[in-house]
Design a protein around this ligand. Sequence first.
Ligand code: B12
Ligand code: SF4
Length: 539
Amino acid sequence: MRLLYNNFLYDATQYPDPYVSSLSDIKGLLKQVIDSAIISPNLIRIKNEDIVFDVLGLSRYLRNTTKGKKPKDDAEACLNGIFLQTFLRYSGIYAEILSQFELSENDANLIRNSKCKVFAISTTFVPDWSKVKKVSQFIKKYCPEAIIIVGGPLAFLLKISVDKESRNKIVSSLSGLVNAIITEENGELSLLCILQNIFSGNAIDQIPGMISPIKNDVYFYNNSDTCHLNTHFIDWSNVFLPENINTVAIETSRGCMFKCKYCSYSKFHAYKENPLELLRKEIRSLKGKEGVKYISFVDGTLNGNSKRILDICKILIEEKLNIPWHFMGNVKGLSKQQAMLLAESGCEFANIGIESGSNKLRQLMGKPIENNQQIIESFQNLHDSGVISRGFFFVGFPGETEDTVQETIDLINSMPIDLFRVAIFRPRMNSYIVENNMKYSLEGRGYLWRHYSMDSVEAAKCVKEIFLQTKPKYDPNRGVYELMMEGYSRNTAFQINEMKNKLSQKVNNGIFSEAQKGSYDRLFKRLKNTVNEFDPSSS
Ligand code: B12
Ligand code: SF4
């Protein structure tokens, strides 16, 4: 719970905004955002207990209180490190992955005792530079002679969108800690070049594609280096997966062919497809890989190219991999044939960006969806083929009003959707909308913003309204998928999630009053029985 709050506070206070005059203003407004939206759809507070849960936490709590067992947290293998490790191996250089996200005391020992003195930090999941500084300080503490190289999406932004003054500030803050910042879209070639120079005892302060914080000099390539996705595939039989990893990520293309105006990803990454023969080899290498229960395709829009997605499904079928998978995609071209092949090849979840039930608002967003009928038909196709459909919406794009929110509610209630999520709009740095903020009278960042038709506090209230006025199909983070990963059957996972949603809806509708107490208690008891009927922790 605290983590969630921290994320919110962090986000807004990081970028104090002209339209709120003081930190207490920020905190006050944030509290309104949080109180309006988050407690209801994502979390539930259990009566007489001062604990707030998401659905996975709740199911574990109910089980643990009766059985006293503590389940482990599973995790997904992230591709940033694995991809670079694979690339370096192809070039004859051995690299080890130290940690996916946080560094622990165990890592401190590894750093201290390691013979290796070159460390690469990836910024793939890092939203700001303070984290890079913290990680570099951690490494230097245990290995003062470490050579630290930073790369990935945040570093790429230094080249393409950060002004000179801000760039200098960032770079100087890393002076004495970081030896090279690779600013290429991919950066593998620069990394290889730096490593070769280190191994042959040469200086590394003037390599194309990097910034040297020591000299505060920039050596950009004129053209971006190429992405090695076209020539390399990840051979999973050679990748070490820690015990808690049950899902592997696969990327078959980079960039996205669409240009939604709120998106910060597609703008700088031209769409590139990986040859499917490499995918076939990668899939083959996964066969029999221990511990892998799931595949997560991380392409921006896996089914954006309607012909290619059929070929991908055919490869999965021909290779008889038999591992369930999920993807992020679009309704465009999601025909009966596509849905059938998705199902036959093991696709379990289709995560589809819909964003809004208003045709007009979607057009303003530049979302490649023709009309609500197209959404309904494609979800029907998924439903008929047995793939779980999960629709993603958000509230607050400029132009959003109470009426467009009502259209979203009406669409969710009228479409054959299995699960959905609704988020509050967040203006993303480098998206079209932020770069053209004047056009929308858009001010603010993170979860604190306002524009000509709405502000984030109102958007948060609308998220809650959508949750309260729709069927109980809301799927929070750590929801149905994670319950299934824990061993619950699809049916049971859906039941648990629905009951949690109904409970949250009742709580928000004042069911805690004495007169309605019985209804809450009955529902809670049923939830408890369902959770305990099957005990995944013993499976
Ligand atoms: C999948 C995904 C997730 C999944 C990850 C699950 C998994 N199993 O991997 C989940 C849902 C968990 C997730 C979460 C988040 N994500 Co995310 N995610 C992605 C996504 C779609 C794919 C990432 C990926 O695997 N790419 C494939 C790999 C091979 O590419 P790569 O990591 O970019 O690495 C290449 C280059 O960047 C470079 N490179 C990377 N690191 C380094 C380091 C060095 C030294 C060098 C030389 C090169 C280099 O080389 C690699 C090979 O070419 C990207 C968007 C995208 N399509 O890339 C967003 C993306 C990475 N996510 C993003 C964000 C912001 C987040 C969150 C912070 C969101 C949030 N607010 O909670 C969280 C952070 C999670 C955490 N715990 O810290 C942003 C990052 C922006 C940035 N850093 O500037 C991205 C780019 C999306 C966006 N909005 O633009 N995410
Ligand atoms: S489809 Fe998704 S990844 Fe592509 S531009 Fe739109 S939001 Fe971005």
